[in-house]
Design a protein around this ligand. Structure first.
Ligand code: FUC
Length: 757
């Protein structure tokens, strides 16, 4: 059947359609459209409501939805502290002071890693797909030439559709399917309808392991338990239920619900096996409206509350100065917002490396929360993209890291405060990981804490600031206590510049004192705590201590070759085009690269790093070039990020080979990693609006169109956010701003700068 279909299928091209209405520039229809079923997972369409994810493939005779439930985590809580580690810390630091980095690194390998093999340990766990839901229609089709195929995802409504025609009893019949993951109701909804032919189908769940699947024609259920990695503990139990809730000869509506007992486990609550989960999934379906239109309207209404806050359109100018054709960057920006809403709203956990859209039982890199760029980048579009109120999952997650991070601070470093390194998972892992060449950076906790500070900067919500102040202060305090003096300045260590290596006595080395990114993070978190203390009218003495400490931090250095040094010494990099550009943290998302000299050095660094890289690396570079005010270069990186990646072999590449965008616009690290989508979306916003700089007297600089490429002659944006609770609308025509509205509800002192610098 499928091969016959392929014979009459059109080519598998994806059409990104954006129909803009030039009158208002507000009602832009954003669709991702295909003219054939998905032949691979990265062509399927992602739907989600923060808790549940579904990816229909639009198959003709068999529809497969890859399902996700955000808490499908194997593993369990576990203390990987290494009781020996702390004893060796003075010796490791001494080696760094003596300039013997390799000796320090060797000591770290021997004594300063977590126990139990870190991310490789089954107790660390991994995020995994819930399974598949398959609907078989093979009974329906006698003759199998299918035509008029269309498959699409509407970003405006968060609804996907499939439709095609076929012959039935000598007549042309039509099959339409519609799918969404209800934000209002916490169910996946599939509506099947036919014209001129009866609807016949059967369905069921499947999962490669650890699941029992049953179906009886109108209901299907799947349940199982993941591996806790610890024989004394139960793993996460899951149950998923599918029910036909209405059916006629030509129409059926199926609801799918799913849940786990992760929340009970992580909150150490009593729970009784499968029974309560089964009750929960039953009641979610029982309590959902059975009227399809009502279900759909409720979902769209909820979704639009978030999505419709921002509209954006830009491209080449038409004769009247309007936008001739919307640039793909506008769609990319909105796709990032779409994915963020669909992986965050009502979520328990923040989006992981694949958001909530994993196809594998063992997701790449465990589908975890890497703290040296990835989970941070996942949150970059949230504040400027007017989705501030979806901040709870990341806030709760970071708060959840604190007790474990305090334990890590105490056991490994003998200090107070809290820390996170590179690996972090759903079980609050914070220890240095199994390999110190990439896993010993200890500024990951402070970096993600800075995301909570950004939330305050964007919203001015002082109640929120009071809530997260202990988190900020704890991460600052950990860093302060772990600074030591080298060549008259304070530095961090033992640490690394994330995942990059330098040549040291002819050998590869990563461990060092005072990588520049660490220093920048110290500067940012100390400054954030000082400002927060001021706003909350507390801790004045402590703030003064942090200010004094900040002044003693090792300054950023410019190499004789003109670029910003990544390390204290001007080491030779083993891979000058390495994907991480950690020493430009202070350019984006940070703000400490703030003088013309440092910005010029950052530019040289970027030129040296080049315009390629893994998906997220290119996304980061869009933001860097935007902050340097170079719209054409930022746009070049954006185009590189869109580089079509037609197929996946599932493998990981670190070199940038195979990086770009899959047909469904998922970012290819490769493999699929959602950070690139979020970073790229934020990058386009950063080209349109910036608000990160303040004058010495606190006046905030609002930059309108600070990094516009030649391609964006005309355009508009509405609803983007600037720090200070400010909302900006802007229209420009043939390069000139024709309308500008700045809503400044807190009367923040601002200066408005227009155009590229
Ligand atoms: C870090 C990055 C990799 C990848 C992984 C999930 O280790 O260096 O490129 O993104 O996280």
């Amino acid at each position: 059947m499928i091969s016959k279909y392929i014979a009459c299928a059109l080519s598998a091209t994806v059409l990104l359609s954006c129909n803009s209405n030039n009158d208002t520039q507000r009602s832009v229809a954003l669709d991702i459209t295909f003219d054939s079923p998905a032949m691979m997972w990265e062509e399927t369409l992602p739907l989600g409501n923060g808790r549940l994810g579904a990816m229909p493939d639009g198959g003709i005779t068999k529809e497969t939805l890859v399902l996700n439930e955000e808490t499908m985590w194997s593993g369990s809580e576990w203390d990987p502290s290494n009781p020996e580690a702390q004893k060796y810390l003075p010796e490791i630091r001494q080696k760094l002071l003596e300039g013997d980095n390799l000796a320090a690194q060797n000591l770290m390998f021997q004594h300063f890693t977590c126990t139990g093999n870190g991310g490789e340990n089954p107790r660390y766990g991994y995020y995994q797909t819930l399974g598949r839901f398959e609907i078989d229609f093979s009974e329906m089709f006698a003759d199998s030439c299918f035509e008029d195929y269309s498959r699409s995802l509407s970003l405006n409504n968060a609804v996907a559709n499939t439709s095609f025609t076929f012959n039935y009893n000598g007549k042309k019949a039509k099959f339409s399917r519609e799918y969404f993951v209800s934000i209002a109701q916490n169910v996946i909804v599939v509506k099947l309808s036919t014209e001129n032919a009866p609807l016949k189908f059967s369905f069921g769940f499947s999962r490669g392991e650890r699941a029992e699947c049953k179906s009886n024609g109108t209901d299907a259920v799947m349940s199982g338990m993941l591996n806790s990695g610890d024989e004394t503990k139960d793993g996460v139990r899951f149950v998923s239920l599918a029910k036909v809730v209405s059916q006629s000869e030509n129409e059926a509506v199926i609801l799918i619900s799913a849940s786990t007992d992760y929340k009970q486990i992580i909150e150490h609550k009593e729970h009784n096996g499968f029974e309560p989960i089964r009750k929960e999934v039953d009641s979610v379906i029982d309590n959902s409206p059975k009227d399809y239109n009502l279900l759909k309207d409720n979902h769209i209404t909820e979704y639009k509350k978030y999505f419709d806050r921002v509209s954006v359109n830009m491209g080449r100018a038409d004769a009247d100065g309007g936008v001739a054709k919307m640039d793909s960057a506008a769609l990319y920006l909105q796709f990032g917002r779409y994915l963020f809403i669909c992986s965050s709203v009502n979520a328990q956990l923040p989006p992981n490396l694949q958001g909530i859209w994993a196809d594998a039982l063992h997701t790449a890199w465990n589908g975890d929360y890497h703290l040296n760029i990835n989970v941070q980048m996942n949150h970059w579009p949230m504040e400027p993209g007017n989705l501030s109120d979806l901040n709870e999952p990341i806030t709760r997650y970071v708060e959840g890291l604190v007790p474990s991070g305090e334990h890590t601070a105490k056991t490994f470093y003998g200090t107070s405060g809290w820390t996170g390194h590179v690996l972090a998972n759903a079980w609050h892992f914070t220890a240095p990981s199994e390999n110190p060449t990439w896993g010993s950076s200890f500024t990951g906790g402070a970096w993600i804490a800075l995301q909570l500070w950004e939330h305050y900067l964007f919203t001015k919500d002082s109640a929120y600031l009071a809530r997260v102040y202990p988190v900020l202060k704890g991460s600052a305090e950990f860093l302060r206590e772990n600074l030591f003096e080298k060549d008259g300045c304070l530095v961090t260590g033992p640490s690394t510049s994330p995942e990059n290596a330098f040549r040291f006595n002819g050998q590869r080395c990563c461990v060092c004192a005072g990588p520049v990114m660490d220093t920048q993070i110290c500067m940012e978190i100390f400054a954030a705590v000082c400002q927060a203390a001021d706003v909350l009218d507390t801790d004045a003495d402590y703030a003064q201590l942090l200010k004094n400490t900040s002044l003693r931090l090792s300054p950023m250095k410019i190499s004789p070759n003109g670029y910003l040094q990544e390390w204290l010494e001007d080491y030779e990099e083993i891979e000058p085009q390495h994907r991480h550009v950690s020493h430009l943290f202070g350019l984006y998302p940070g703000t400490t690269i703030n003088t013309p000299e440092l910005k010029a050095a950052a530019r040289k660094t970027l030129e040296r790093r080049g315009d390629m890289g893994t998906g997220w690396s290119m996304a980061w570079k869009i933001n860097f070039w935007a902050r340097l005010g170079d719209g054409n270069h930022a746009y070049r990186l954006f185009k590189n990020l869109l580089h079509p990646v037609p197929a996946t072999n599932g493998g990981i590449s670190y070199s940038g080979d195979g990086a770009g965008s899959y047909p469904n616009l998922f970012c290819a690290h490769p493999p699929f990693q959602i950070d690139g989508n979020f970073g790229g979306s934020a990058g386009v916003m950063e080209m349109l609006l910036q608000s990160h700089e303040v004058e010495p007297d606190g006046t905030r600089i609002i930059r309108i169109l600070p990094a516009i490429p030649d391609e964006w002659e005309s355009g508009s944006f509405h609803g983007l956010k600037a720090r200070g609770g400010i909302t900006v609308d802007c229209v420009w025509q043939k390069g000139k701003i024709t309308e500008l509205k700045i809503d400044n509800p807190f009367d923040q002192k601002i200066i408005v700068e227009k155009g590229s610098r």
